[in-house]
Ligand binder design. Structure first.
Ligand SMILES: *Cc1c(COP(=O)(O)O)cnc(C)c1O
Length: 398
């Protein structure tokens, strides 16, 4: 059979289906198998090997075959030269921080990010390693510029941001970073590479929690960092080989399978979420809705330019009521599940209460508690119907 590689001359869906898969040479099976072995056979004279290298399959922490196939797929979807896949999204984020920062360095980060970023930047890296961070509203490029110091080594942005869905202009911040020789990383988890490709907009490093949309089925943890080979090789060596953040072959295989349908799922998530956001926007029980696909949303002008084919499935909203009213509403849901995580097949909702320690970083309307809602792949009418009946049972219609 012809050599099967799928470069940028092929469309996103073709790459999602084929990249990283091939006919298994031993059996002729048309799906590559899961290789659970920890080790690979050594050459005649192993003394020539570098035991800490990620160049050759040797030991699964130095890079097993299922990791390698998934890396090919992720790089093809992000449109980057290379990608490293790791045990979780947080392993990918800490891989970026621990590889490129050292004592005395400074980071500018979005003030609203995934909680582990906040912890790493405000506690761990600061107290143990003397790395300072300034948290700013990155939806304002001037605020990013103003926070830069002579020792700033990294700008880290999450867009749309978790959990308040703030949108930052990737291309504009890339320019600010590169004019000053600063590395620029973007956490793209909420969008996924189908809707937004930070590398094409100038980001040096794109971080994904594969746990979310890319796997999409809520049954495996994983993370990835994508970019130029010269940068990714450094993360691979440090975060994977020496710090041990390797993904299991089984999870790599599951994520490989999940990623095949990423474009179809993202279109459905986006289409449903827009309808749900419009429904919420018009419901008298709803105090506010944040969804970058609503024309009234503060993130819409930038999101509509840098996101393509939709605005993803993440919505935040608050009800006119206290914490108990929010929890009562959730207790009546039948289709939507109360659980953390996002980007799964099923709709997931989590109540972030008024005592959240990061509340001072959120826009005003989020104070007092709100929901982070991941709109799933159920029928849109059933999702909206579920919200409607739960609002009624929770006493919002009296
Ligand atoms: C979930 C999430 C992460 C962390 O990913 P894990 O796979 O849970 O470690 C990082 N960034 C964002 C935006 C996330 O939503």
């Amino acid at each position: 059979m012809a050599e099967r590689t799928y470069g940028p001359e092929y469309g996103f869906q073709t790459r999602a289906v084929h990249t990283g898969n091939d006919v298994d040479k031993d059996t002729g099976a048309i799906k590559r198998p899961i290789t659970l072995a920890n080790c690979y056979e050594l050459p005649y004279d192993p003394s020539t090997l570098n035991w800490s290298s990620a160049d050759k399959a040797l030991y699964t922490r130095n890079g097993g075959v299922n990791q390698k196939y998934l890396q090919e797929k992720i790089a093809a979807l992000e449109g980057t030269e290379d990608s490293v896949v790791l045990a979780s999204g947080v392993a990918a984020l800490s891989g970026v921080f621990f590889t490129f920062l050292k004592s005395g360095d400074h980071v500018v980060s979005s003030k609203v990010t995934y909680i582990a970023v906040y912890r790493l930047l405000t506690e761990h890296l600061k107290n143990k390693y003397g790395i300072e961070a300034t948290l700013v509203d990155t939806s304002d490029p001037e605020a990013v510029k103003a926070a830069i110091r002579p020792n700033t080594k990294l700008i880290h942005v999450e867009t749309p941001g978790n959990p308040t869905l703030g949108v930052s202009n990737i291309a504009e911040i890339a320019k600010i970073a590169h004019d000053r020789g600063i590395l620029f990383s973007v956490d793209n988890t909420f969008a996924s590479p189908y809707l937004q490709r930070p590398a094409e907009l100038g980001a040096d490093l794109t971080v994904e929690s594969l746990t979310k949309y890319i796997n999409g089925h809520g049954d495996a943890l994983g993370g990835a960092v994508s970019g130029k080979k010269e940068l990714i090789d450094q993360i691979r060596l440090q975060a994977m080989v020496n710090l041990g953040g390797a993904i299991s072959p089984f999870n790599a295989w599951l994520i490989m399978r999940g990623a095949v349908t990423l474009p179809l799922r993202m279109r459905q998530h986006s289409e449903s979420a827009l309808k749900v956001a419009r429904f919420l926007k018009n419901d008298p029980a709803v105090r506010f809705v944040a969804y970058p696909g609503l024309e009234s949303d503060r993130g819409y002008p930038i999101a509509s330019r840098q996101m393509k084919n939709g605005f993803s499935g993440m919505i935040s909203f608050g009800l006119k009521g206290d914490a108990d009213a929010h929890n009562r509403f959730v207790s009546h849901l039948k289709v939507i599940t109360s659980a953390v995580s996002l980007g799964h097949d099923e709709s997931l909702i989590v109540f972030l209460g008024p005592d959240d320690e990061r509340q001072y970083l959120y826009p005003e309307e989020f104070h007092g508690g709100f929901f982070r809602f991941s709109v799933g792949l159920e029928d849109t009418e059933d999702i909206i119907g579920d919200i409607r009946q739960a609002l009624e049972k929770a006493g919002f219609r009296n």
